[in-house]
Design a protein around this ligand. Structure first.
Ligand code: GTP
Ligand code: MG
Length: 143
């Protein structure tokens, strides 16, 4: 997901492009402003953290671009492409390492496990939102 700061800063194309160029397949995408309820449910594991209210305010502060990406090892690889939670600790070459300077404005979210990827896909898109298609480049990306 491109967070509200990423949308406001005009980074949507830059971020989508990194996932496309890596070779992952886009299966769903939408721009919308999340409700407080959705943001709280999405980040419910962090509800006891002191920054939880700020986090929910941040994620609901404007439109986000929610996406589902598919491909070999996509969850772990996406986390690497995104970089460390604190952008000052994120390696150059990662999205946060290249494009952000503070944890509370770190531009992008990535699911932290395949199970959470499934959970979040249901939460953000509901049933039946994934588009089935066969990328013509597939034989050039995987053997
Ligand atoms: P997500 O991909 O957004 O889930 O980030 P993450 O998995 O790298 O980190 P985590 O799930 O631990 O935290 C979720 C989000 O909460 C972070 O991406 C930050 O936006 C925010 N966050 C985490 N720690 C802090 C903090 O100490 N202060 C503030 N203001 N925000 C924080
Ligand atoms: Mg997380």
């Amino acid at each position: 997901m491109v967070k509200p700061d990423g949308v406001q800063r005009g980074l949507v194309g830059e971020i989508i492009g990194r996932f496309e160029r890596k070779g992952f397949t886009l299966r769903a995408l939408k721009l919308f402003r999340p409700s407080k309820e959705l943001a709280e449910e999405h980040y419910k594991d962090l509800s006891a953290k002191p920054f939880f209210k700020d986090l929910v305010d941040y994620i609901t502060s404007g439109p986000v671009v929610a996406m589902v990406w598919e491909g070999n090892g996509v969850v772990a690889s996406a986390r690497k492409l995104i970089g460390a939670t604190n952008p000052l600790n994120a390696e150059p070459g990662t999205i946060r390492g290249d494009l952000a300077i503070q944890t509370g404005r770190n531009v992008v979210h990535g699911s932290d496990s395949p199970e959470n990827g499934e959970r979040e896909t249901g939460l953000w898109f509901g049933e039946g939102a994934l588009v089935e298609w066969e990328p013509s480049l597939k034989p050039w990306l995987t053997e």
